[in-house]
Design a protein around this ligand. Structure first.
Ligand SMILES: Cc1ncc(COP(=O)(O)O)c(C=O)c1O
Length: 363
């Protein structure tokens, strides 16, 4: 019999994709759509994005302001190639989603770490920290790994700074609908007035909102002149993005507000179960209930951090209790763990019980 590992590792929602996406796939005309597609993305999907952003954010866009990519990951790479020359620097949020570091390296860019914060970051301190050579600030909000979320005022401040200093903001808002403080999306660059949006690139994808990770559909929304630069890079990197996946996502974007809210509510319940179990049983971790995203960022309390690291705890938990957690070192911090709440509540409770037992025996 295989070992029953309980995973707090994955960053993929386990809520299944909306049913209507499968109808779209079943209705897909393979013969008609087997030729090359548009390197900017199918017009149907870009028009669906215009409709979605008008409904959800009151933002009016046209298809020329969206570029479809192979997931958000490729969107960020294209954005970096479009905005920076090799040898320039980008500043990234800290703790960071590790691909920001890797993508900078792949595109020949230097990296500057912004001040560490596991609570809502102080974006004024970000701006003060940025050096003259830095072209871009890259962040995720809600954040992976902390779940902290910038306020609308923070976003406005960053966009004005970018505009005034001829820099750029790459706002990775892939978790925009995993937001738990109110019904509806997290504060967003999409709420900025058009004249403040000229130095901003909004990054998103279907991976988290619709649990369509494997279809690899993401997009960049920005000023048309920026999208033109990105589009010429995209056409050389990938030609076009998988066409059936695009029709699936266009359909997913017609999901009702009620269904979207239900999806978020399910994750919020899982977040609450994880936080309640941590509060009750694990005194050796320090954490905040995240505003959004799929993770709780946990720092080791001082006396535990003196003897253990996130890496040694993660290894020991897996070996002794068959519980998978992600060590903070992945995100730039030794004395932390990242726990996801994508599993059903019963698994979360059982997993925390195993971590409690491990702590009692080992700490
Ligand atoms: C902050 C952040 N940005 C981007 C991505 C990548 O998303 P995609 O699946 O659309 O490439 C992830 C995936 O975990 C993420 O956490």
């Amino acid at each position: 019999m295989g070992t029953n590992v309980i995973s707090f590792g994955a960053g993929a929602p386990t809520v299944p994709p909306p049913n209507l996406t499968f109808d779209a796939l079943a209705a897909f005309d393979v013969a008609k759509a087997s030729g090359y597609g548009s390197s900017r993305g199918e017009v149907g999907l870009r028009e669906a994005l215009c409709g979605w952003y008008a409904t959800e954010f009151g933002r009016l866009t046209n298809p020329g302001q969206h570029l479809v990519t192979n997931g958000a990951k490729q969107a960020i790479m294209i954005a970096l190639l479009a905005l920076c020359d090799a040898g320039e620097r980008i500043a990234i949020q800290n703790p960071y989603w590790p691909s920001y570091l890797d993508l900078a390296e792949l595109t020949g860019l230097g990296v500057e770490l912004l001040p560490y914060s596991f609570e809502t970051p102080d974006v004024r301190a970000w701006i003060d920290r940025v050096s003259d050579e830095t072209r871009v600030i890259v962040y995720s909000s809600p954040s992976n790994p902390t779940g902290s979320t910038l306020s609308q005022d923070d976003v406005t401040l960053l966009a004005s700074w970018a505009q005034e200093t001829n820099r750029w903001i790459i706002a990775d808002e892939i978790y925009q609908f995993q937001y738990y403080r109110h019904d509806g999306p997290a504060p967003s660059v999409l709420h900025l007035p058009a004249e403040s949006f000229e130095h901003v690139l909004h990054i998103c994808s279907a991976s988290k909102t619709f649990a369509l990770m494997g279809h690899r559909i993401g997009w960049i929304t920005a000023h048309p002149s920026v999208i033109n630069r990105c589009a010429s890079i995209a056409s050389n990197i990938a030609g076009n993005v998988n066409t059936p996946g695009q029709s699936l996502v266009a359909r997913a974007l017609s999901i009702s507000r009620a269904e979207l809210s239900d999806r978020t509510a399910q994750l919020k319940q899982q977040r609450d179960v994880l936080c309640a179990a941590l509060a009750e049983s694990i005194p050796w971790l320090r954490w905040n209930a995240p505003d959004g995203g799929l993770f709780v960022w946990c720092e080791l309390v001082a006396d535990v951090g003196d003897r253990w690291t996130g890496d040694t705890i993660a290894q020991s938990l897996l070996a002794d209790e068959h519980v998978a957690v992600v060590p903070g070192s992945v995100f730039g911090h030794q004395n932390a763990l990242r726990l996801s709440f994508t599993e059903p509540p019963s698994q979360i409770v059982e997993g925390i019980e195993r971590i409690r037992r491990w702590g009692e025996a080992r700490l």
